[in-house]
Design a protein around this ligand. Structure first.
Ligand code: ADP
Ligand code: MG
Length: 292
């Protein structure tokens, strides 16, 4: 591409709220055949809400929620904010916690009033030896509805299962349709559980799903796609997306996302709307078509 055409394309992008931070991103994007997207905060609003709360082993909703919220008050995860808002609505006052620790992509734990409290994904509970047998049926049903089932245990026994839902952004279906029409394959890469991820992917007509991955797992999933011969763009917003954004052929950050993600990306969308990905693609294809 000539420097002039790159300049024109970059300027056109800026007018449409698409910042090409590196000149060659404009060229490489035209060759991309696969768009991989993070789920939470990229396809969805990134503002989950508590939708359900089941309790076990004789616990009351209020007692279980109070312990869970006390632990989550120490976490900055969007799921933690959802649980805190829910506890506040019930007028619950939080207990003091000690020995708080969080395990990336799995959950959190702490001591509360002399008890060991765990909150997180099913795989986290299983690793800690907590039996989820009593919750299995309901948890599968929530997953199929696109809700994320979270579990809470006190001193090794299940006390609650919490359903959390994050709405799909209004503009997402139309943007994905346009990407499909442009002949691209669409993949979802997420730390959320498999059933939930698959339910949302089905609703959106997404072709491939990689779920329950840690930040390194996102990088590995993208490398698998590249090794299969694909040119890949990855769209993400979170701190946990930064390594993937930096490593992929074209990293596209959502402008409403975290600074770490924006720093790592080749292209930044000024809005949180995935129509920006479609615009970026069109600008890049148009620029390269005029050159060849
Ligand atoms: P995503 O790619 O969806 O942003 P994360 O890697 O941040 O996913 O989290 C993956 C999963 O880990 C969550 O779906 C949840 O099950 C669990 N998890 C992470 N942090 C917390 C927390 N503070 N409380 C409860 N569960 C958590
Ligand atoms: Mg995200």
């Amino acid at each position: 591409a000539t420097p002039t055409s790159i300049m024109v394309g970059t300027g056109r992008g800026a007018e449409m709220g698409v910042l090409f931070r590196k000149g060659d991103a404009l060229q490489v994007l035209a060759e991309v055949d696969t768009i991989a997207l993070d789920k939470t905060g990229t396809l969805t609003a990134g503002r989950p809400e508590v939708t359900d709360l089941d309790v076990f082993n004789g616990w009351s909703q209020a007692d279980a929620l109070r312990l869970v919220a006390s632990v989550e008050a120490q976490s900055e995860h969007p799921i933690a904010s959802a649980i805190l808002r829910h506890a506040e609505k019930q007028g619950l006052s939080l207990a003091a916690v000690t020995s708080f620790a969080s395990q990336t992509g799995h959950g959190v734990h702490a001591e509360v009033e002399g008890r060991r409290v765990l909150v997180g994904a099913d795989r986290f509970m299983q690793a800690e030896g907590v039996s989820l047998a009593a919750a299995e049926g309901r948890s599968a049903a929530w997953g199929a509805e696109g809700k994320t089932p979270l579990f809470a245990a006190v001193d090794g026994a299940l006390v609650a299962m919490i359903g959390v839902a994050d709405p799909i952004k209004e503009t997402t279906p139309q943007a994905l349709e346009a990407l499909h029409e442009a002949g691209l394959k669409i993949a979802m890469i997420t730390g959320d559980n498999k059933a939930t991820a698959q339910a949302i992917a089905d609703r959106l007509g997404i072709d491939t799903v990689v779920a329950e991955v840690l930040p390194d797992g996102k990088v590995a999933a993208l490398e698998d796609l590249q090794q299969a011969g694909h040119k890949v763009a990855f769209v993400g917003d979170g701190i946990n997306d930064a390594p993937a954004l930096a490593g992929v052929d074209v990293g596209i950050a959502i402008g409403t996302g975290t600074d770490v993600a924006i720093e790592a990306a080749d292209v930044v969308l000024m809005s949180g709307d995935l129509q920006g990905v479609v615009n970026a693609l069109h600008i890049s294809q148009h620029t390269m078509r005029n050159i060849r």
